[in-house]
Design a protein around this ligand. Sequence first.
Ligand code: URA
Length: 441
Amino acid sequence: MRMYDIIKNKRDGIELSTKEINFFIENYTSGNIPDYQAAALLMAIYCNKMNKRETLDLTKAMINSGDTVDLSHIKGIKVDKHSTGGVGDKTTIALGPMVASCGIPFVKMSGRGLGHTGGTLDKLESIKDFKVELSSKDFFEAANNINIAICSQTANITPADKKLYSLRDVTATVENISLIAGSIMSKKLAIGSDAIVLDVKVGSGAFMKDLDSALTLAKEMVDLGTGFGRETVAIVTNMDEPLGYAVGNALEVKEAIETLKGNGPKDFYELCLSLGTKLLLLAKRCENESEARELLIDTVDSGRAYKKLLEFVENQGGDISYIENTKLLPKANYIVEVKSDTDGFIKSMNAEKVGECSLILGAGRETKESKIDLSSGIVLNVKVDDEVKKGDVLAYVHGNNIEKVNEVKDYLKDIIFIGEKNSKEKKLIYAEVTKNGTRLF
Ligand code: URA
């Protein structure tokens, strides 16, 4: 078999066989196929797409490229949630303690952020001494004793995806449904949770910019999960504006803590409740949606979820005084206001560009090696549809380099559009996709 023929076939719209896909993944992972040939094949896949069988074969081959993690040492039904990537998405930090405080093991092996979306591990490292590296023994003990563990991947999980994702990132081949579905689901399926809840983002800050593509991606991932015998549910959610108000590592941790104290942004809290409801149902903890939702609300109102966060942070070596007093979290030297020049309503704000602003400030990673500034970022003071008056504060820019802070201040004014009131009410959740079909809201 020759890589040249595989590329040529896909270029000409011919379906790839299981053998060809396995040959490509095995030999690319072991270094026998050079990046330029892999890049050519990725572009051919991007242009000519893959069918369901090819996507399934790709996912299987990527799982088989590395280790798998057996979670059977953990008692109970293990649930995992995954977001396809968004701006200001600090969901895991609030949702994990909410679900764990209901007695459900919430275990995650998370990644770092790359590009305009941030990673959970980076955010958690804003808490002094928080350890993201856990031995298997500590990981399983945490899961069994306190129902929550979030750590970095130590095992060699899906090395094929690691190589391919970096290559896709620099060859404009990320936004392909089969490649995204295969990449995300291979990582999820290599780790043996029993049930998976997917948050598929749609909008300016997401990979999928329109609802149809997001629904197709959601369906593809649900089919893959179900095909591998895992209960999988996806909800398709709005990423046309950042989630909540805070974008940036320590700023997002603070917002997640406030949410667990009952003072969180409405959209963010609602998303945690919606995802949490699905998780509790899949974990068979509740009989129906309203029971699950009430239980989750009670974890916040009673303070149980906040206490679980303290327990989780302490268990992973973190200094809980940073949670009890968020003023201790990393703080930027400059905080500059962005003010409105006009009266009107917030019509839109481009979430991807807000994410780019946080990159300019150093809150995100341009390359895998970049060091990030945990204190910098943006705290919005408005959401889409809010009414503003001239002189009102639209956002606060937090940063340590005053030139960059001023650059972002000007840029944000171009990103936040003010005008007439929008005629259509915005939605947070567009659809739910299960193995039985799609429910639109
Ligand atoms: N996240 C992933 O892990 N892979 C993709 O392809 C896109 C988002």
